[in-house]
Design a protein around this ligand. Structure first.
Ligand code: UDP
Ligand code: MG
Length: 326
């Protein structure tokens, strides 16, 4: 890779009107200091606030391109939309809310180039999030390590660098419910991670309510492992064996203590029956989730639809057309 390899930043944006100007103001000096070609691709993921009009104004910068999606597809789909038009050799993803300081970008690039890595992940030092989020992350990181068999420690931090071939292979997957850092492990050979700073959100509120968070974690688990299916299978075997043992205990007790004792245990049996029925429904729920997702893949709907790509070149062209038509 040439030392002047172009860098593409891909930033998903959903209702970030308070942060966008500051974001660009902080990115530009960092990138200019690196003294190499770069582009900033901002993907508007169907924001309901003023983000898109602010983004359009930001295309006065020649390095900025804005992708406007038709509706809200979610952070990972928005990043994919950005990936589809990148020009650079090194692609860096980061959040728009400035929780990932852009000042860390040169360290990521240096690590990638000096170590010859395909993917550089990051670990958030002194993470500025709620206790709930941090605890949930620990659990998810453990699961992600198990299912990808890659020993990275912080899968949730989206400040990450990928080499172009890894991104191209990810795009070729056409997956709907996916988790980019985990998908990248299938396509990158050399991977590492470095510690980076983590800040509080510059403005606005988190776009991840509990519902979206659970959905994202289900994307991670269902898209990359059959763990829920396996737990169903092993749980089922365990339950059946438990039932047999329980039957034996009941039979033996009946022989020792008499039929009278066993009849009084009838309500306990009912309680156990209800628990089993509950577990069965839970199992159907998991199966249903898989079937739903298979159905989604089979339908082959586009993963995202780009409405328009804005850039300074485009606005120059538009101006030229309007001058010519006058
Ligand atoms: N985001 C997005 N689409 C969504 C939700 C989030 O593009 O449906 C973007 C958001 O604008 C931000 C990044 O994804 O740039 C991370 O979101 P957020 O900061 O709300 O998540 P948190 O830091 O709370 O996990
Ligand atoms: Mg955030």
């Amino acid at each position: 890779m040439s030392p002047q390899a172009m860098i593409s930043l891909v930033i998903p944006v959903y209702n970030e009107e308070d942060n966008l100007r500051l974001l660009i103001e902080r990115i530009h000096p960092v990138m200019q200091q690196m003294n190499r070609p770069y582009e900033i691709i901002l993907v508007d993921d169907g924001s309901k606030d003023n983000s898109l009009s602010i983004l359009k104004n930001l295309t006065v910068w020649p390095e900025v391109r804005v992708v406007a999606l038709v509706r809200n597809y979610g952070q990972h789909c928005a990043i994919f939309a950005g990936f589809s038009i990148v020009k650079g050799e090194i692609i860096i993803t980061l959040d728009a809310d400035l929780q990932n300081p852009p000042e860390e970008i040169p360290r990521l690039v240096a690590e990638m180039e000096e170590g010859g890595y395909d993917v550089v992940g990051t670990i958030r030092k002194q993470r500025q999030d709620s206790i709930f989020r941090k605890t949930a992350s620990k659990l998810i990181n453990m699961v992600a390590r198990k299912i990808t068999k890659v020993g990275m420690s912080d899968w949730g931090c989206m400040l990450r660098a990928y080499r172009r071939p890894v991104v191209e292979r990810m795009i070729a997957c056409h997956e709907h419910s996916t988790f980019i850092p985990a998908l990248a492990t299938y396509f990158g050979k050399r991977m590492t991670e470095i510690e980076v700073a983590h800040d509080e959100r510059a403005g606005g509120i988190s776009n991840y309510p509990l519902r979206k968070l659970i959905n994202l974690q289900f994307d991670l688990v269902s898209a990359f492992s059959d763990l829920p299916m396996k737990s169903l299978l092993y749980g089922g075997i365990g339950m059946a064996l438990g039932g047999i043992c329980f039957g034996v205990v009941l039979a033996v007790s009946r022989l020792i203590y008499g039929a009278h004792w066993a009849a009084e245990g009838i309500f306990t049996l009912f309680a156990i029956l209800f628990i089993f029925i509950g577990l069965q429904f839970f199992a159907f729920g998991i199966l249903g989730e898989y079937i739903g997702r298979i159905y989604k893949e089979v339908r082959k709907r586009p993963q995202y639809v780009i409405d328009k790509v804005y850039s300074s070149e485009q606005s120059e062209k538009d101006q030229q057309i309007s001058r010519e038509s006058r």
